[in-house]
Design a binder for this molecule. Structure first.
Ligand SMILES: [Zn+2]
Ligand SMILES: [Zn+2]
Length: 225
């Protein structure tokens, strides 16, 4: 009996340590990526030759991967033509989360990879923050709306015909997912220019929302009831 309890406690704390290390590592990559974007906007879109150039102006220091307990990112850093940049957690540090060597990754095109890890990662993040999937969905709608407005500002007030165009024209890195699915539906009209975005289906019915909610209307903004 006691042995079982000890085993359970041990399993729980190991799971937590594993979850914290992948969360910490992806958080590190996101932090470095933010520093990189700030650097690039100060240097006419150019990325630095080495991550050390971010310190101390754009980043206090290059963080350590919680699993490897050292900076695993600097050695992997590459400035690449089409991709813009690439970095990863170098080494085999997250096999316990089902990742291969040199994962997770982060590039200008795919913010965090591999894509197959994202649903589990999002689930862990939501659990840790105690937030419901609808909170992430609302944030996704806001990000899509921001990308649509940036697109329109550059295209004489016209919104794109499809959300895919946001990606093609690089206003958006990855198409956001709700509950692991590409759930966002987009309707658009011209004269007057208008769009409606919604999370399609009954994804948040369990949390008390009707079907096809939340939604974002370019005139009225966010609806979440
Ligand atoms: Zn790592
Ligand atoms: Zn949703």
């Amino acid at each position: 009996m006691k042995r079982t309890l000890l085993f359970l406690l041990l399993t729980v704390s190991l799971a937590t340590a594993r979850d914290n290390s992948i969360l910490g590592c992806t958080q590190n990559l996101k932090g470095i990526a933010t520093g990189l974007e700030m650097y690039a906007s100060d240097h006419s879109g150019r990325y630095p030759a080495s991550l050390q150039e971010l310190v101390p102006k754009y980043l206090q220091s290059i963080p350590a991967c919680p699993a490897a307990r050292r900076d695993t990112y600097s050695a992997s850093w590459r400035v690449a033509g089409g991709e813009g940049f690439y970095m990863c957690c170098a080494g085999n540090n997250h096999a316990d989360f089902g990742l291969k060597a040199n994962e997770p990754t982060c590039s200008a095109r795919h913010y965090l990879g591999p894509a197959s890890m994202l649903p589990r990662l999002h689930h862990l993040e939501d659990e840790k923050q105690g937030s419901k999937p609808v909170a992430r969905c609302l944030q996704n709608l806001k990000n899509l709306a921001t990308a649509l407005e940036m697109y329109a500002a550059d295209h004489g007030g016209r919104y794109p015909e499809t959300l895919k165009q946001l990606q093609q024209a690089q206003y958006l890195r990855d198409m956001p997912l709700c509950l692991d699915k590409d759930a966002y539906s987009y309707q658009v009209k011209t004269r007057p220019d208008w769009y409606l975005l919604h999370c399609h289906g009954r994804n948040h019915v369990k949390d008390g929302s009707p079907a096809n909610f939340p939604s974002y209307d370019s005139e009225k903004g966010l609806h979440r009831e």
